[in-house]
Design a protein around this ligand. Structure first.
Ligand code: BG6
Length: 483
């Protein structure tokens, strides 16, 4: 059964920081792909805003070049490219002053949806929000979009929420976590709640433990300044991995709508056991396999920032009592691979003596690359000679199952269109953001107080030995990080 694509109404989308890296690499190509897919409504306008003075023509040239680099297929769609160019406009606006705002107000159409995408550093979020208000550019129905870093700790996240909240209502604020825009992450909800098979088993009676891995092969080169002030816990766990954890563990929302889903996620975050140092492992990559070390990319030669973190987490509620969730993420690991691994308990009683040697059922939900699901099962080994058992994978790659036409859109394609549709389901609510920081902060404080230093690991490896020990001590083992 094919469901209907929800149409997108005409809009005026203003991208602040339109000549910056995110806009060039992600936002503009994503918008163009929506045009290619025929989902850009007639009358959609994209207005670039940045400090630099540029003519409309110069901005169009800038966008054409960005598409040539990041969406080369654009050249094969001349009609759509022309229409996309026509939808573009540009205006120089001073985020910290008063120049340009009146002009911006005049450019926007009175009865058309207004969305303001703040593709700028977080220090400008409040400045821009305030000016949109002061110059009467934001209407009660306008949307404002912000993206990480959304605070550095609980205090700064609260301050940011307060600043945005002074100008916009919560239902107008779209906090992006691009993981929620990933098809496979949304698929987690489809797998859990659109199939009757898994949900009855999805609890402490049947699940032994869960592993969530987001491994990256790239290092921090080029982003050393930001990253060294952040580290893996803030950069990946507080947001992306937290979302994966929430979607894996939350109760079924009564409906797939913004508040129902976000209420359930919030309950999970509130149920998390406080993080303890003994359940955490930090790592920092050193040179290996011809790759430079972390310290080569940051200013501080004695940096203690972690480029890897592994945690044992507990969700202290009825469903998950006693089930550990092991999370790990890191840079410069063996390969790029993200997955959620649900390891089931063994059958309560074995009628096959050989069973003891067999592993439990394991459900692997692969998020990237090559998204899909594998269920590891035990079957009888064919042939006579007794009841011998063997493990086999029941494997499904989504690309194969859905055929060649299957194209996983980039996260931003989905998210920007949801902003225009006014659907906040895949965006973080302010309380969710604050609770996530409230859970992270004490561990960072404890590391600092204890003078905890990250353990070294070789670039191109699976992370520090201590991360293996985190599971070994519980009699468990990580799945290999492999492509
Ligand atoms: C970003 C982090 O939010 O997510 C980066 O700041 C990280 O450090 C990136 O590399 C990972 O995203 P993806 O989509 O490549 O898994």
């Amino acid at each position: 059964m094919v469901s209907r694509v929800i149409p997108v109404p005409p809009f005026d989308l203003v991208i602040f920081g339109a000549t910056g890296d995110l806009a060039r690499r992600k936002l503009l190509p994503a918008l163009f792909r929506r045009m290619q897919e025929g989902q850009m409504p007639e009358g959609a306008r994209i207005i670039g805003a940045a400090r630099r003075k540029l003519s409309r023509k110069a901005f169009q040239d800038f966008v054409r070049e960005a598409l040539a680099e990041f969406e080369p297929s654009a050249a094969q769609s001349p009609k759509q490219l022309k229409a996309f160019m026509q939808s573009l406009d540009y205006l120089a606006v001073d985020a910290k002053g008063d120049t340009g705002w009146t002009g911006l107000g005049k450019k926007l159409r009175p009865d058309t949806i207004r969305a303001f995408y703040l593709s700028v550093g977080p220090s400008l979020f409040g400045e821009i929000a305030t000016r949109l208000n002061k110059h009467d550019i934001a209407t009660p129905d306008s949307r404002i979009v912000v993206e990480k870093p959304l605070g550095h700790d609980l205090n700064s996240a609260q301050a940011l929420n307060a600043r945005l909240g002074a100008c916009f209502d919560e239902r107008q604020i779209y906090r992006i976590d691009h993981y929620l825009g990933k098809e496979t992450v949304q698929n987690l909800m489809a797998i859990r709640f659109a199939n009757a098979l898994f949900e009855p088993l999805w609890n402490s009676h049947y699940v032994d433990h869960v592993q969530i891995t987001v491994a990256e092969s790239l290092g921090v080169e080029g982003r050393g300044g930001y990253y060294d002030r952040s580290g893996a816990l803030r950069d990946m766990v507080q947001n992306h991995m937290m979302q994966l954890l929430c979607l894996t563990t939350m109760e079924p929302p009564a409906k797939f709508n913004a508040d129902f889903v976000r209420d359930e996620k919030l309950k999970v975050i509130r149920a998390l056991e406080p993080l303890r140092i003994k359940d955490s492992v930090r790592g920092q990559y050193r040179a290996g396999g011809g790759e430079a070390s972390y310290l080569d990319h940051v200013e501080n030669p004695d940096s203690h920032t972690e480029s890897f973190v592994a945690l044992k987490v507990e969700v202290d509620n009825w469903r998950w009592a006693g089930v550990p969730f092991y999370l790990r993420t890191g840079k410069r690991l063996r390969t790029r691979m993200s997955e959620i691994v649900v390891v089931c308990k063994k059958p309560p009683h074995s009628i096959f003596p050989e069973m003891a040697a067999q592993g439990p059922n394991v459900l692997v939900i692969r998020l990237q690359p090559d998204e899909g699901i594998t269920l590891h099962m035990t079957i009888k080994e064919p042939g006579p000679g007794g009841m011998r058992l063997t493990e086999v994978p029941l494997d499904m790659s989504f690309a194969e199952a859905l055929g060649d036409g299957h194209h996983a859109p980039d996260a931003y394609e989905r998210l920007i269109m949801d902003v225009i549709r006014g659907d906040q389901t895949l965006f973080m609510r302010g309380d969710e953001l604050e609770e996530a920081w409230a859970w992270i902060d004490p561990l960072i404080a404890a590391w600092t107080e204890a003078g905890d230093r990250p353990k070294p690991y070789d670039a191109g490896s699976s992370g520090p030995e201590d991360a293996l020990a985190l599971l070994h001590r519980d009699g468990r083992k990580w799945r290999e990080i492999e492509s």
